[in-house]
Design a protein around this ligand. Structure first.
Ligand SMILES: O=C1O[C@H](COP(=O)(O)O)[C@@H](O)[C@H](O)[C@H]1O
Length: 230
């Protein structure tokens, strides 16, 4: 397990680290891909990242997970990224959205079709992702890998890049990068804030346990993970 912990981290420090990795990707390959988490925690980091000196026109941004809601819905992670990250110079980045028009009703068949459509939409992303920035919920979910939820077992087992998950503990069906896809990234960052999340993270760091999805990110040997504890 290649984990580097940064304690006392700040949104500015995380943003500087991400920008440096994106600059290196652009220097090496001419373009860069960045996958970010939604939720509430990343807002200060987004606002620091958008100020970084970077050729944003060479950066493609995607979410690690999205709630199945229209982009103008208050729970939309896409809306969050548009408001807080893709502003100023960062508006030159290309954003790849998982969805087009959303149907009014959802069932497993509809969600399967959304996954297929989103898989086509992400097909030309610079791959592997250069940087994937993960958050974590107090139940140890990361991206939308919610422990025990319908879709979860598949999302941590399949080699497909995307899967649907319907959390029973949080609102909205989700599309999420799968565990396999996240572990393809060149670099994973995990941002942890607050004492409750810190103790969940410490528990997950002890051993791999599918009941604590973030532990599956921590206990692997393929991809370096840096953990930013603020
Ligand atoms: O639902 C989600 O939750 C996690 C954690 O969110 P936070 O509000 O506690 O920061 C987030 O990482 C994920 O992307 C999001 O869709």
């Amino acid at each position: 397990m290649a984990i580097t912990e940064h304690t006392g981290s700040t949104p500015a420090a995380i943003a500087a680290h991400i920008a440096s990795a994106l600059r290196a990707a652009i220097a090496a390959r001419g373009r860069a891909s960045l996958a970010v988490s939604g939720g509430k925690s990343p807002i200060p980091m987004f606002e620091a990242l958008r100020e970084q000196d970077l050729d944003w026109s060479r950066v493609t941004v995607v979410l690690v997970d999205e709630r199945v809601v229209p982009r103008d819905h208050q729970a939309s992670n896409t809306g969050l990224v548009a408001r807080h990250l893709l502003q100023g110079a960062a508006a030159a980045a290309r954003f790849v959205h998982f969805f087009g028009e959303l149907p009014a009703q959802f069932n497993a068949e509809v969600l399967d079709a959304l996954v297929q459509d989103a898989t086509r939409r992400i097909a030309d992303l610079p791959w592997p992702l250069d940087v994937a920035v993960l958050g974590m919920g107090e139940d140890a979910h990361t991206a939308s890998l919610f422990p025990g939820a319908p879709g979860y077992a598949r999302a941590i087992a399949t080699d497909d890049p995307l899967a649907w998950v319907v959390p029973d503990t949080a609102p909205h069906a989700r599309l999420s990068f799968t565990l396999h896809a996240l572990l393809q990234a060149r670099e994973l960052l995990l941002s942890i804030s607050g004492d409750t999340k810190l103790s969940v993270y410490r528990r997950a760091a002890e051993k791999a346990d599918p009941a604590l999805p973030v532990s599956l990110i921590l206990h692997q040997t393929r991809t370096p993970v840096s953990v930013w504890i603020g």
